[in-house]
Design a protein. Structure first.
Length: 628
């Protein structure tokens, strides 16, 4: 069936040419609207499958206003823009678009961007449907389960963890009952570990004590709509998701999730919770009716389910910080699906470990796992590395070569350092991913491939796009399910476990040395900022274990602080912005190279920047040569 497209564009010629191109490709044009008002009228007449909307429209409402409405209505949309002014881009990105088309439009790009947008939308629907089915099935099992009340409640909490990330959950089983025993509170302390607080128990650092809960109950009473809040403070947390559960049309119970991290809840969580609201109420009702087990062990109780402490595939991954658990949850959630996954994080944070775990948790685990490090392969060989080549296709290609796409057939292809991929290869990669077929270099036939792509990067891809080094359409195709791993300095609570783990490993590999770390040495590890993240910690400990003459490491020889940190600012010195410093630095390099940008001895080489990146930075900072 033809896909229905609505075009919202006030420039007649542009709208008309888009419409002709799309009609020729078999799309149905639902109409051309010149303003948000006109667009809304057309949408009311019949929902389009996708909307192409100009960011700047005449009238009071802009394309961004329309985008917000479309996002709420779950209609995918692509922005049309000639201007990549950064503030507008930031605002536009926040509306959750499925892509951007930059004017003047090229036919091929229009079609590719539309295909990607449709792919992303289909994947999100598919993801939601499967999540819903999976959660419903789990809830049904818990409802039918025999067992004591606390056992069933724990199974319930564990089931919810995979779908609604939380660090603390409050299940209120009887809102009308002023008894603290009607409220169940659990804190998540590991991937599959929880601490339960019974009536009178102390929920630790988080002040969710009974008086707080009474106040929250009072505030929520009568509220029938689930909501989420991000970025505010709630008793020490930064995110909250609340859902009322109805019985006989009355709000009788509720579930509240709290997260230590910002922005963990979204409209998707609301959609999912609403889709199982009735079942959640039935499960809690069945738990309420099951046998009470008040005479249980002292409180608070740390609960681990034997044999299921951690998914074995995640076992080598050390740490229990909320930031790490958030990433691990996402890995476990997305693994069974076929989605492309993009993993972002600074160098050495553990991206590769997560990618391997993802493959192991996926249905492709018995098939090949193939890694390509896009930064380590010379540019002229990258294409043949990815897609292979035919004998004699270029000088030196004496043998036919099978590329990584073919080697990864039916398995996972891990594209590490994707931000380093040259733009020329990016378009070929995009085609290979989108069309699921490749052509060997020098080959004439297309070869079908079935690979799941997982890409990782330590670069800010949006900045790379702004600098002209990364294709917007490839970014949208890869960024279907993004996962960010926080740097070590933002999850310092993981340091002791990681340090102990590395001490043990390097102790064993250096002849079974048993080494421990003193408290003051551990404090040194805490105080440092770890620009090289876990890899840097690992190397530091390896060195100290090898050199350790005693069984205790009393102090670490910490790396020198970064040069910047050594500058002491006198009270009258002026602090320069990063842009000002960049400008001075670039001008200095240009002077040294006499204005030469590209090639050997050019400023690009000196600054370790691609000439294109350097030129766009110069343009942005208003640098010209000779310097005015
Ligand atoms: N949570 C963890 N538990 C145990 N070891 C870890 C953990 N995270 C990272 N490591 C170890 O730290 C080292 C660096 O990790 P890894 O290579 O996965 O980082 P990366 O993010 O892929 O870095 P880069 O961007 O430089 O490729 C590896 O030896 C890895 O085993």
């Amino acid at each position: 069936m033809a896909l229905k497209v609505l075009i919202v564009e006030d420039q007649f010629l542009e709208a008309d040419s888009l419409s002709i191109i799309l009609k020729n490709e078999g799309y149905e044009i639902r109409g051309i609207a010149k303003s948000v008002e006109e667009a809304n009228k057309l949408i009311d007449k019949g929902k389009p499958d996708i909307v192409l909307v100009d960011v700047f429209l005449k009238g009071d409402l802009t394309g961004i206003d329309l985008a917000r409405l479309l996002d709420k209505k779950n209609i995918p949309f692509i922005f049309l823009t000639a201007n990549s002014n950064s503030i507008t881009m930031e605002e536009a990105l926040a509306t959750n678009p499925s892509g951007f088309l930059i004017k003047p439009f090229r036919e091929r790009e229009i079609l590719m961007t539309l295909n990607i947008a449709v792919y992303r939308h289909q994947k999100s629907i598919e993801f939601f449907t499967r999540q819903h089915l999976w959660l419903s099935q789990l809830l049904q099992e818990i409802k039918d389960m025999n067992g004591m009340r606390s056992e069933k409640m724990l199974a319930f909490v564990k089931a919810l963890t995979s779908f609604f990330p939380f660090d603390f959950v409050v299940i209120d089983t009887d809102l009308a009952n002023p008894d603290e025993n009607a409220v169940y509170r659990y804190r998540r302390v590991g991937f599959d570990e929880y601490v339960r607080f019974d009536a009178g128990g102390n929920p630790g650092q988080y002040q969710l004590l009974w008086p707080d809960l009474v106040a929250i109950r009072k505030k929520n009473r009568g509220d029938r709509t689930p909501y989420y809040l991000n970025g505010e403070q709630f008793n020490g947390f930064r995110s909250k998701l609340w859902a009322p559960l109805l019985k006989h049309w009355d709000v009788d119970m509720s579930v509240t999730f709290y997260g230590c991290n910002d922005n963990i809840y979204s409209t998707e969580h609301i959609g999912l919770i609403v889709s199982v609201q009735a079942l959640l109420a039935e499960v809690i009702d069945s738990i309420r009716k099951s046998e009470d087990d008040q005479d249980s062990p002292p409180k608070p109780r740390r609960i681990k389910r034997p044999g299921q402490l951690l998914k074995p595939e995640l076992e080598g991954i050390i740490g229990k910080s909320p930031r790490l658990l958030e990433a691990l949850d996402k890995i476990a959630q997305v693994a069974p699906f076929e989605n492309t996954v993009l993993i972002m994080g600074e160098t050495g944070v553990g991206k590769e470990g997560l990618v391997k775990a993802l493959h192991q948790l996926s249905n492709r685990k018995s098939k090949p796992f193939v890694k390509v490090n896009c930064a380590a392969i010379p540019v002229n060989l990258l294409e043949s590395e990815l897609f292979g080549h035919e004998k004699g296709s270029f000088t030196g290609s004496v043998e036919k070569r099978i590329g990584k796409f073919e080697l990864a057939h039916e398995g996972t292809l891990f594209l590490d350092e994707i931000g380093e991929l040259p733009v020329e290869v990016q378009s070929k990669l995009l085609r290979a991913i989108q069309e699921k077929e490749i052509e060997r270099v020098g080959g004439r036939t297309t070869i079908k491939t079935d690979v799941r792509i997982i890409a990782a990067t330590n670069r800010n891809l949006l900045q790379e796009i702004a600098d002209g080094n990364f294709r917007l359409d490839l970014y949208y195709r890869l960024n279907v399910f993004p996962i960010t791993i926080a740097p070590l300095r933002e999850r310092k609570e993981d340091i002791p476990a990681l340090a102990k783990h590395f001490v043990k490993i390097f102790g064993l590999s250096s002849g079974g040395k048993e080494v421990t770390i003193s408290e003051s040495a551990m404090e040194q590890l805490y105080a440092y900022d770890w620009p090289g993240n876990i890899r840097e910690l690992q190397h530091l400990i390896e060195r100290h274990v090898l050199l350790a003459k005693r069984s205790v490491i009393d102090s670490f020889e910490m790396p020198e602080p970064l040069p910047m940190a050594r500058f002491s600012l006198s009270s009258d010195s002026q602090i320069k912005s990063f842009d000002e410093m960049d400008k001075e630095h670039i001008i200095c390099a240009l002077r040294k190279c006499n204005g030469k940008i590209a090639g050997q001895g050019g400023a690009g080489e000196l600054l370790k920047l691609r000439p294109t990146t350097l030129r766009s930075k110069m343009k942005r900072l208003g640098i010209t040569w000779p310097v005015k």
